[in-house]
Design a binder for this molecule. Structure first.
Ligand SMILES: Nc1ncnc2c1ncn2[C@@H]1O[C@H](COP(=O)(O)OP(=O)(O)O)[C@@H](O)[C@H]1O
Ligand SMILES: [Mg+2]
Length: 214
């Protein structure tokens, strides 16, 4: 479904990714791990079209996407839940969720997807009018994932989804990811720091495959 083939990525003169390849098949749950600074976020941003590879190619559903702008890549079904969540703190839970469906104009579709998100995360329903910035860390992570789901992803990529969460919440976020993967038949990708032992021990049994960036 997603093929990253031998890409090089640099920030100016500083090359970060050297000949990196990654293959994700339909329905898979894949983890990409690596030490701090290994280039996980860089790889993710390159798949999302925010950065462009100097060499190599990226294809999704057999079409080259490495030359497309990020909005076209989201439109094609690749959704990126960024590190640090990047919510709109002054806006309510529902307003943040609606932003995730920015490519859809149909109000009925948006309402249906929001119901699905609320079924998955009942806690967000209870707080639907609350400003995102006043939610707890775990609730904010759920909202960031929920906003990603609002775009109806074919491939959901989450950057450091467990960052700053308590062990119990990390477990919850990972269980929910598995549920999304099963119920939505959408492959999911986790990107986690290898040094986070807790995350590693929880991610490994859940993932179908793991890739290590070094
Ligand atoms: N905007 C940027 N400009 C220059 N260098 C960057 C930028 N973003 C990241 N880097 C560098 O690229 C390397 C990989 O970073 P990153 O992809 O964020 O790693 P990870 O997500 O695995 O922690 C690091 O050495 C980092 O300093
Ligand atoms: Mg990172």
């Amino acid at each position: 479904m997603l093929q990253v083939t031998n890409i090089d990525v640099a920030y100016g003169d500083v090359q970060v990714l050297f000949d990196v390849s990654l293959d994700i098949k339909e329905g898979e749950l894949v983890a990409v791990i690596g030490a701090n600074g290994a280039g996980k976020t860089t790889l993710l941003k390159t798949i999302s079209g925010i950065l462009k590879p100097q060499k190599g190619s990226i294809a999704f559903e057999d079409k080259t996407i490495s030359d497309l702008y990020p909005d076209k890549i989201v439109g094609g079904g690749i959704v990126h839940v960024p590190e640090g969540r990047l919510l709109f703190p002054e806006m309510s839970v529902t307003e943040n969720l609606r932003m995730g469906a920015f490519l859809t104009k149909n109000k009925g579709t948006i309402a249906d997807r929001m119901e699905q998100v609320f079924t998955l995360f009942p806690r967000l329903k209870e707080r639907e009018k609350q400003a995102a910035g006043t939610l707890s860390g775990g609730e904010q992570q759920m909202l960031a994932i929920g906003r990603g789901i609002m775009a109806k992803p074919k491939l959901l990529m989450m950057d450091e989804p467990s960052l700053g969460l308590s062990p119990k919440l990390v477990g919850q976020v990972f269980d929910l990811t598995q549920q999304i993967n099963k119920e939505w038949a959408s492959p999911c990708c986790w990107w986690n720091k290898m040094c986070a032992i807790r995350a590693r021990s929880q991610i490994a049994p859940l993932s179908w495959r793991m890739g290590v960036l070094y």
